[in-house]
Design a protein around this ligand. Structure first.
Ligand code: HC1
Ligand code: SF4
Length: 563
């Protein structure tokens, strides 16, 4: 606790970890390229440099707040210094800004504009490097890298993967996988967190928008969309609407206008997942086999286990993810010539996640030799498509999804936030659907943004030990505890991205701490408005079991994971 003077005004601080945070809390949006509160401080970009009353300059991200400090954030000297930093970065940067996939979202571009960089006095002498497009999920363009190290720290510290690192020194310095391997040859799990933290276009989403436009233009093709839970709470603020509020109805309208023939909700197949996964869980508990059950809906987590904890592959639930179940069911529905009506079906999945692109082409995402999900686009690509089409999104009226796969329960909606899958399982296990019962489940320890949550719930005379983790570095901690016999869980839910899919690698990136909380709140609010909270009370799901799924449950809803 103390007081400092910032630009002539007294500002109190408490436990802020650095001067930068105190300055930002005081309402001055000091620029940074390499600072993120969730990863370690690197202090490399120097853009957050400020000056004190003795003329000493220092990077505010790396300085602890002290009582009595006097700081100037925008002196003439500091302004010149910041502008020069950006000019030098741009000098060594590929400047195809107008065609760059990150245009409009690039922090370097924004800073050049904000700091008034109008010309670049230096020549780019940096050697040009090959673009790495080996990953199904991300593209790495070393020519746009500014060496901020954000991707390296995100991959190492949040995900515990360490697929990227610094190589060489001085002007030769580069970020790359060890031994300059292609990213697809590393243990990269396709989570896209490096892309979320990258301020420029050096790591971007591998986009598939053109494939969707082509399908929409083909008259002989039925284009079907499914929309993941977390997408609906990450679109509105791009169009000036309330941060985190679900705009599902507007998204459905936008897709219909773009020409999608049918639009479905992945919350429907999230309910199917709950039905199957709960059955599988109880079966394993009864037999005492392959426990803890590891959830299988997050493809980055599944790859993490199959790459790094092979001995636990049998513990992974055999359930396909909601994306996989939805596509398999829809493709099966249109295998019936009466439903197909002479058209080919293209299944487009709209996800907050870059790893879903990899999941769609995994060998076990095929049914009867046909790929279930044809194209995966991320929320970020959806925004580009809406903008490209010229829709005035904010004014669109909400529309309902189509039938018969257009409705999910509240349990399906909360899948997009960490703990949501487990909460939906607990709802399924509860014989009671009263408000009190739902409230008791919500309060059992399953909610909250902590990276590792552990709790025990009673079920028919036994204690079920549950662990919910988000962020693969946290998942590694959990798996090490399991491996060393230090923990005895029955169920482990993991989402590779911290806080769950709401913060997935394909979501729009200009998000601060408020966005994270708002997106989680948005999904819980959407759940609050649902009459049906339990997956087993979704009438469409029950109907499906009596009809199309009869005798085909395993064929369409399950698979095996391979080592
Ligand atoms: Fe997710 Fe899932 S919750 S994995 O985060 O199980 O991507 O939103 O669609 O499949 O439903 C993502 C989100 C999503 C699946 C569901
Ligand atoms: Fe690391 Fe994920 Fe990026 Fe792969 S996609 S390099 S695992 S952060």
């Amino acid at each position: 606790m103390g007081t400092m003077t910032i630009d002539g005004r007294k500002v109190e601080f408490t436990d802020e970890k650095n001067v930068l945070t105190v300055i930002r809390n005081a309402g001055i949006n000091i620029p940074t390229l390499c600072y993120h509160s969730e990863v370690s401080t690197f202090g490399a970009c120097r853009l957050c440099t400020v000056e004190d009353d003795r003329g000493k300059t220092f990077a505010s991200c790396s300085e602890q707040p002290r009582d009595g400090m006097v700081i100037y954030t925008n002196s003439g000297r500091i302004k010149k210094y910041r502008k020069l930093i950006v000019e030098l970065l741009l000098a060594a940067h590929c400047r195809d800004c107008t065609t760059c996939v990150k245009s409009g979202e690039c922090i370097l571009q924004e800073l050049a504009h904000r700091l008034g960089v109008r010309d670049i006095r230096f020549e780019n002498t940096r050697e040009q490097h090959e673009i790495d497009d080996s990953s199904p999920s991300i593209i790495r363009d070393p020519n746009k890298c500014i060496l901020c190290g954000n991707c390296v720290r995100a991959c190492e510290e949040l995900q515990g993967i360490g697929a990227l690192g610094f190589a060489f020194r001085g002007t030769e310095a580069m970020v790359m996988p060890a031994f300059n391997k292609k990213i697809a040859e590393t243990q990269c799990v396709n989570c896209g967190q490096c892309r979320v933290y990258c301020p420029t276009g050096a790591i971007s989403i591998r986009t598939h928008m053109d494939e969707v436009w082509d399908a929409l233009a083909d008259k002989d093709t039925r284009v079907v969309a499914q929309i993941a839970p977390a997408v609906r709470v990450a679109v509105g603020d791009h169009y000036g609407l309330t941060k985190g509020r679900s705009v599902m109805g507007k998204i459905v309208n936008a897709l219909h206008r773009m020409g999608f023939d049918e639009v479905y909700d992945t919350t429907f197949s999230a309910d199917l997942t709950i039905m199957e996964e709960t059955k599988e869980f109880l079966n394993r508990v009864e037999k005492g086999e392959n426990l803890p059950l590891l959830t299988s809906c997050c493809p980055a987590w599944v790859k993490f286990i199959t790459d790094q904890y092979k001995e636990y592959v049998p513990n992974i639930s055999t359930c396909r993810s909601p994306q996989g179940m939805m596509s398999a069911v829809i493709k099966e529905y249109f295998r019936d010539p009466e439903h197909a009506a002479g058209k080919k079906t293209v299944m487009v999945s709209i996800m907050p996640c870059t790893a879903k692109k990899a999941e769609a082409i995994r060998p076990n995402s095929f049914t009867d030799g046909e790929q279930d999900t044809d194209i995966v686009i991320t929320t970020t690509e959806l925004l580009r498509m809406i903008d490209n089409f010229g829709l005035d999104f904010a004014t669109l009226d909400p529309e309902a999804c189509d039938m018969p796969f257009g409705f999910g329960s509240g349990g399906g909606v909360i899948f997009g936030v960490t703990g949501g899958v487990t909460e939906a399982v607990l709802r399924r296990l509860s014989p009671d659907h009263s408000k009190e019962a739902m409230h008791e489940i919500a309060e059992c320890g399953v909610r909250g943004e902590e990276g590792i949550k552990e709790f025990t719930v009673p079920y028919k005379g036994m204690d079920i030990n549950v662990c919910v983790a988000s962020g693969l570095a946290n998942a590694r901690t959990v798996m090490e505890r399991v491996k060393n016999g230090e923990a005895n869980y029955h169920l482990i839910e993991v989402m590779a991205c911290r806080r769950g899919c709401i913060m997935g690698g394909g979501q729009p990136t200009r998000s601060g701490d408020r966005t994270k909380a708002a997106r989680a709140r948005g999904l819980y609010n959407a759940d609050n408005t649902m009459i049906i909270k339990k997956s087993d009370e979704n009438p469409l799901v029950l109907e499906l079991y009596e009809g199309l799924l009869k005798g085909k449950e395993h064929h369409l809803l399950h698979n095996e994971f391979y080592i």
